[in-house]
Design a protein around this ligand. Structure first.
Ligand SMILES: [Zn+2]
Length: 504
């Protein structure tokens, strides 16, 4: 017996079976029972969330031969109901706009709309990926949508409603399909496995549901792949074999390396992941998802139900999340999204990925400007007094730089390892670029060119300037008192443009 893929075998037949789209189902059912059926609908949503299923259910509800009129409970057995499910009904015409984008296709459709349906009440046109139509085709479609014959209904579906012209949007009823929650997808899988008589480790359906990314169809095809692996129990190991996705642990190690500012480690971890068969895109997406979960843990608390992770993994993740400021998550996700978009179209995908690893590992231990200033400003004293000097490095008489940022940044890096690392041969003096107290600043003499050049050559100053796109506006010599301070880690504190002296 030929194997029927799960997505087809367990396709929803009625509105009540439509998983995860309760709001859409209720509204459409109400339209049918009240007899207020529009002549055009637009179903929007990402792939695999049930748009085509809903369109077919709608067609079945309109045309079920066992009912004297449109019904919310089609029989699912009559000729009309069953042939709609196969996409082969004479009166329910499915068009894939992705491969029929031309104006001629739509003109042909238009000329056919004048004919009455062969055996059902309505002629239903389901146009999938409607945003792919050419401008000419849209115009032709518009004419039909303006004055459709009473026996014609249009159901348009799209993953990209932004690309559907406003003239079309204004003539249809729009429904937005949500991505389906992990819970609902997992529960659906559990039910399917039960019907199929297949046992699975408890975590399997949830893991598959998570990998499905809100798409029932993607989840079901992954489940198909697992079932194809053979008889017996479904295990988590099987998922790894079928769809190599970076483990949580691998992702956590990589993100931890960013926090450690360990670029070499991050590059190695990325290489290991790619060698194991993960694609650039999947690695990037998985990292972004992991960062997102860390962000939710950080902001909503360790016990948040917004993420679906349990036990020991959750504890580890919460600990990692605490190593970052909220702004750092925003930054990391933005950088990863940029990477994801770029690797898709670039032949240099691997280079871009590696560059991103270095970028995130060298800039990610973020602290917000605010928290920095608070810490430095402490008891309201001069922030300079709190700046620490790195251990074993001379500080007396070294020029100290004030850095002005060109734009207000979201985050800065601080309290990290001195940049360059301890292996750097050349000894450095005070790398503390700090915000002098206004009082100190007023009495300060303008810096000599030599001091300015010296300050600009300081790695930490350069880094701070790069990070904020800032300009070096002055350098002040720090008195002997600075050298007597206890030594500590290098701090960078950078003005965010709040001081009033301005040289551009
Ligand atoms: Zn029927």
């Amino acid at each position: 017996m030929a194997y029927t893929v799960l997505a087809r075998k367990y396709r929803s037949w009625t509105f009540d079976e439509l998983v995860g789209q309760e709001a859409v189902a209720t509204t459409l059912k109400n339209a049918i029972t009240s007899g207020r059926i529009a002549h055009g609908y637009l179903f929007c949503g990402t792939r695999g969330v049930g748009k085509t299923s809903a369109a077919r259910i709608m067609a079945r509800s309109l045309n079920c031969l066992a009912s004297p009129g449109p019904t919310v409970s089609p029989c699912c057995e009559c000729e009309s109901c069953t042939s709609i499910s196969e996409g082969q009904d004479v009166d329910v015409i499915e068009i894939d706009a992705a491969s029929n984008t031309g104006v001629d296709n739509i003109r042909e459709l238009r000329s056919n709309t004048v004919f009455r349906p062969a055996r059902s009440r309505f002629k239903v046109y389901i146009i999938d990926e409607v945003h792919m139509l050419s401008t000419g085709a849209f115009n032709a479609l518009l004419k039909t949508l303006e004055e459709p014959p009473g026996h014609v209904k249009f159901i348009l579906a799209t993953t990209d409603p932004q690309k559907v012209p406003a003239t079309i949007l204004s003539r249809v009823q729009r429904f937005d399909f949500r991505t389906i929650s992990v819970d609902k997808i997992a529960a659906h899988f559990d039910a399917i496995l039960k019907k199929e008589g297949i046992e699975a480790d408890a975590a399997v359906t949830r893991r598959v549901a998570r990998l499905a990314n809100g798409s029932m169809r993607d989840g079901l095809s992954l489940l198909d792949q697992l079932l194809a692996m053979g008889s017996g129990r479904l295990t988590l190991e099987m998922i790894e074999d079928v769809l190599p996705t970076p483990h949580d642990e691998q992702l956590m190690r990589l993100i931890g390396q960013w926090a450690d500012r360990d670029a070499a480690g991050a590059l190695t971890s990325a290489d290991t992941a790619l060698a194991a068969g993960y694609t650039l895109e999947r690695l990037t997406e998985s990292l972004a998802e992991q960062v997102r979960m860390l962000m939710l843990l950080h902001i909503c608390g360790d016990q948040t139900e917004l993420i679906d992770v349990g036990g020991a993994v959750r504890q580890e993740m919460a600990a990692l999340a605490k190593r970052f400021e909220p702004e750092a998550f925003v930054y990391m996700i933005a950088v990863l999204e940029e990477l994801r978009r770029n690797v898709r179209f670039s032949a240099l995908g691997r280079s871009l990925l590696d560059a991103t690893m270095v970028r995130l590992a060298s800039a990610v231990s973020y602290r917000s400007i605010q928290s920095l200033l608070e810490e430095l400003g402490g008891a309201g004293g001069a922030p300079v007094a709190n700046a620490a000097v790195p251990a074993g490095r001379p500080a007396a008489g070294a020029p100290q730089a004030s850095v002005r940022s060109a734009s207000a940044p979201v985050a800065t890096r601080a309290a990290s390892k001195p940049s360059g690392g301890s292996s750097e041969p050349a000894p450095r003096s005070t790398p503390a670029a700090s915000v002098p107290a206004p009082a100190a600043r007023r009495g300060a003499k303008p810096a000599s060119q030599e001091d300015l050049r010296y300050a600009r050559s300081e790695p930490v100053v350069r880094e701070a300037l790069d990070l904020f796109g800032g300009t070096l506006i002055n350098v002040e010599r720090v008195g002997q008192a600075r050298a007597d301070q206890p030594t500590g880690e290098a701090d960078e504190d950078v003005s965010n443009g709040t001081d009033t002296e301005d040289k551009g």
